[in-house]
Design a protein. Structure first.
Length: 343
């Protein structure tokens, strides 16, 4: 299946005889069969989509996502029938008041920490011969993060509370500090990566921000397709307009999908921040497109989840479905995705 990424100002998408026709200033740039399209992503302004195309996309369950310059999804189109079941949502809300809520929140933090540790160990393995000092630092950091998972086991409660959430987020925060400090030491100095900073102006932080936004749109769709309420989470505190459950389900996927893509891409391309920026301090449309393509390539590779060989593109959907089945009692526990490497 194909994902169409629209990055140029003045592009128009229309529908004609089973084809999505892409034009610019009256010139046909491409024609793509509607049945081969899974998603249309718009990453710039000045783009037009005809109402006829919108109707056909909705009927064929083709996701249309509009991203801002930071990668944050600001609008999307999908059929009104998606996520229409009420059974899962009732169970989702009821889980706030019993043992399922704490179990889900702990599992999310536990798996995120394990994925961070696993990624650092993977980086260490690749540096054992070329940079043994950095490899040792990465290995030590990975071990420290695993030690934090032991603290999670001691955190117990019969139902969710602000105190429980704070304990879990504090442990997660300790792990994040160790993780990002290790990555900062491992990345080349020319990248000027100081560690994770959402307001950071370096290429690594800017790239992470963008692909985290793209990952949010994917996870949001997966949450909705599973019949769950994207706004009612367990780890992230509810706030008006905040897709808390989407953010919950994203957490284990950040290091496994986005972080690995960014670390690999920025080192391989050896780009400088001024090469990917446009006037006004935004990432250029071409660079945003390249980041999405890099993520899509990663998503097409295979991994193992819940005992089955699947593509990483399937993981957000299988993870959300696993949560939904756990909530209604069809699974004994919720198991977030853990990325495992061969060491």
């Amino acid at each position: 299946m194909t994902t169409i990424i629209i990055k140029d100002y003045g592009v128009k998408l229309s529908y004609r005889r089973g084809m999505v026709v892409i034009t610019k200033r009256g010139q046909v740039l491409d024609k793509v069969p509607l049945t081969t399209i899974e998603q249309i992503i718009v990453v710039t302004s000045g783009v037009a989509l005809t109402s006829k195309l919108l109707r056909h996309c909705a009927r064929n369950h083709i996701d249309i996502v509009v991203l801002d310059h930071r990668g944050e999804p600001i609008a999307r189109l999908y059929p009104v029938t998606i996520g229409g079941t009420v059974l899962y949502r009732r169970a989702q809300y009821e889980a706030y008041n019993d043992h399922r809520g704490p179990h889900i929140a702990r599992a999310i933090v536990m798996t995120k920490l394990r994925n961070q540790s696993n990624f650092l160990r993977y980086l260490a393995k690749n540096r054992k011969k070329t940079d043994p000092t950095t490899a040792e630092q990465l290995t030590d950091a990975a071990a420290k993060i695993i030690e934090l998972t032991q603290q999670l086991i001691k955190v117990d409660n019969d139902k969710l509370s602000d105190d429980l959430r704070q304990k879990l987020l504090t442990i997660e925060g300790h792990g994040a500090r160790v993780y990002w400090e290790a990555l900062a030491q491992a990345l080349p100095t020319y990248l000027h990566f100081p560690g994770r900073d959402q307001e950071g102006q370096d290429i690594v932080n800017r790239s992470l921000n963008y692909l985290y936004g793209v990952l949010k749109s994917v996870t949001w769709k997966a949450t909705t397709l599973a019949g769950l309420d994207p706004y009612a989470g367990y780890l992230h505190i509810d706030r008006s307009g905040r897709p808390s459950l989407t953010l919950d389900l994203m957490e284990p996927l950040r290091p496994a999908l986005v972080d690995r893509v960014i670390v690999s891409y920025v080192q391989r391309k050896q780009l400088k921040i001024h090469e990917v920026m446009e006037d006004g301090g935004r990432l250029s449309p071409w660079y945003r497109t390249e980041l999405i393509k890099a993520l899509q390539e990663r998503l097409q590779t295979r991994t193992t989840y819940l005992g089955k060989s699947v593509t990483r593109e399937q993981v957000p959907y299988l993870q959300a479905r696993n949560l939904a089945r756990y909530l209604i009692g069809r699974e004994p526990q919720y198991i977030p995705f853990e990325e495992k490497y061969w060491y």
